[in-house]
Design a protein around this ligand. Structure first.
Ligand SMILES: C[S@@+](CC[C@H](N)C(=O)[O-])C[C@H]1O[C@@H](n2cnc3c(N)ncnc32)[C@H](O)[C@@H]1O
Length: 233
């Protein structure tokens, strides 16, 4: 893994095994906020949330969800998974943006992640399963999650986390009024998701490529264009 600066000043990485970037070069922080945190927390407006973060990677989605929940006094339980254990160990020294490092005790979170324990703090809980996401998802309860961040490497590099079986699993574990966010705007992926029961919504951004939302219930997303940049911090 090689660390790289992205255009918003936040640091991301390139993975030499998958030959893929962890985030959009235009901004790791902004991509996480625009494509995952902001739309998900806007659409699912509840005092208590269960989130599945696929996969943990550098931790932007999970950590920003913790920040966001703390600021809003939302109770959250995050489940995540990551099979790259050396990556998780390297996160002790990772230069997180100030919005993360000034709100969270990142060291104790990364400590919990590397020691197979939960990070718990007042209203928030984070559990990171260290292993294969495909197997992990099979252990999860039906209709359990309000939010799923679908953030594997790209479909061509990480196909088991984008195929028919994966979308069947996602459909099983997502609650009836839940939402799945992803950076991908691939038509093939949208077609698979639709074929296996999801409603599919395009997300537009000024400077980033489009993303996608998947829901079981068509009514929970409306006026999407106004969602993305609203109600952030
Ligand atoms: C695009 S990165 C995730 C970025 C992350 N969400 C973040 O906010 O920093 C994809 C991650 O998926 C992990 N991964 C790929 N296949 C996996 C699998 N089968 N099980 C668990 N993790 C996997 C990779 O090791 C990598 O860390």
């Amino acid at each position: 893994m090689r660390l790289i600066y992205t255009a918003d000043g936040s640091i991301s990485a390139y993975n030499d095994v998958y030959n893929d970037y962890y985030h959009d070069q235009k901004g790791a922080l902004l991509e996480s906020i625009y494509k995952h945190i902001s739309p998900a927390f806007h659409i699912i407006d509840k005092p208590s949330l269960r989130i599945l973060d696929l996969c943990f990677g550098l931790g932007y989605n999970s950590l920003l969800s913790l920040v966001f929940a703390k600021k809003r006094n939302i109770k959250i339980e995050i489940y995540s998974v990551e099979l790259d254990l050396p990556l998780l160990e390297s996160l002790y020294d990772f230069p997180y943006p100030k919005i993360i490092s000034s709100y969270l005790n990142v060291h104790s979170i990364i400590d919990a992640v590397n020691n197979d324990t939960h990070f718990v703090d007042s209203n928030v809980k984070l559990s990171v399963f260290r292993g294969d996401a495909v197997k992990f998802i099979q252990t999860l309860d039906c209709n359990f999650f309000d939010i799923v961040y679908q953030d594997a490497f790209s479909p061509s590099k990480n196909h088991l986390l984008w195929d028919k079986n994966h979308f069947l699993s996602l459909y099983r574990i997502l609650s009836d009024r839940g939402v799945i966010t992803t950076y991908s705007s691939s038509q093939d992926i949208r077609n698979i998701a639709q074929r296996y029961g999801f409603n599919v919504f395009n997300m537009k951004f000024a400077n980033f490529k489009n993303g996608t939302l998947f829901t079981k219930n068509i009514d929970i997303v409306n006026d999407l264009d106004s969602v993305i940049f609203l109600r952030l911090f």
